[in-house]
Design a protein around this ligand. Sequence first.
Ligand code: AMP
Ligand code: GLY
Length: 416
Amino acid sequence: MRVLVLGSGGREHALVWKLAQSPSLSALFVAPGNPGMERLATRLEQSPTDGAAIVAVAKRERIDLVVVGPEAPLVAGVADDLRAAGVPVFGPSAAAARVEGSKAFAKEIMQAARVPTAEARVFDDLEAAAQAAAAAGPIVVKADGLAAGKGVVVADSGAEAAEAVRALGRLPAGKKVLLEERLSGPELSVMALCDGERALLLPPSQDHKRLLEDDRGPNTGGMGAYAPANLLDAARLEAVRRDVMLPTLKELARRGTPFRGALYAGLMLTPQGPRVLEFNARLGDPETQVLMMQLADDLLPLLFAAATSSLPERPVEVRAGFSVGVVLAAGGYPDAPRLGSPIAGVEDDGSALVFHAGTTRDAAGQLVVAGGRVLTVCARGPSVVEARRLALARAESISFEGRQLRRDIGAGAPDR
Ligand code: AMP
Ligand code: GLY
């Protein structure tokens, strides 16, 4: 099979790395990709959000499957364009991807499908929202649209919540706001490969969103992840598939917008059971990096089956042990990442995997920093502690100016 991956981050590098091992692969392309993928795939220059250009290159290269990594091409309708042109694609339509793009829409779907989630009210009128918030006490205020991690405020008081409504209302994403019941408990990411009807769960994982150790500092795109995060036993995980994934797929299909791609449920494990905090319409980054290391199954037939509504009714095959991924971020990240510094020490030494994200080559061919999250260093081991030790040892041998990393990824795992 001839496969094209869209995207250029660590998630896409990990997908390319895994797909490259598939016995059924005959050619692998990535648009635009990054320098870490060069030995695994042919890089194309087309923009992943340019539907017409992606369709044209998919036809030219006789692509059998397109795998969409990030949300931007989904929101831009690139999966729709490919389907209309008869190219199988792993990634939902723009209409189905609204489960990520609009928190009000996600809430509407969950309520219609009776998916356990926090109670919420949606407001178009910000003044009414501010008044309701002021009267509410501890509550969570969310902007409806995508806000790059800045759209959620967990408020301790009504006054703080009302202030949050006004602040979020100033964002482009804040034309509508949600006032949501404030829940508590550990958080868990559960992702499923979906074919419109069926859902195959990947191992549960945990991301680490804050920049600094012990969950301090500003929010980021994710500073590291580990899997499996064994916070739910097999029966409770199956309940997430049955009570969250399947009803959501059914409701989206009923509305004529079946979801074919990765559905990501951000869960909070409350004393009353798991509740969905958010959906993403794609795989997580950096979660995918560790999930690909844990996956024993051949990924390519699974993604093709999801794209063509023929997923098998069986669990995915996973490796024993644990994987830990440590993100190396640029100096100044997340506010103002400093770009252009040379990167040393990434050559493969067989001890761990180094997935690229914000890297590029300068005119002299030197690898340099080109984005906030630069690399994800991943290792596998019999325990979380051992996997982290291996990942950190490898990470320490990579250097660039201002390098930031967390040394506590997976420190809160239930079975370290
Ligand atoms: P979201 O983008 O909706 O996942 O929200 C971002 C973060 O805000 C989550 O990872 C939680 O830590 C927190 N959060 C979101 N919704 C709630 C809620 N209903 N109760 C408590 N914390 C929440
Ligand atoms: N790591 C969280 C996300 O990909 O949304």
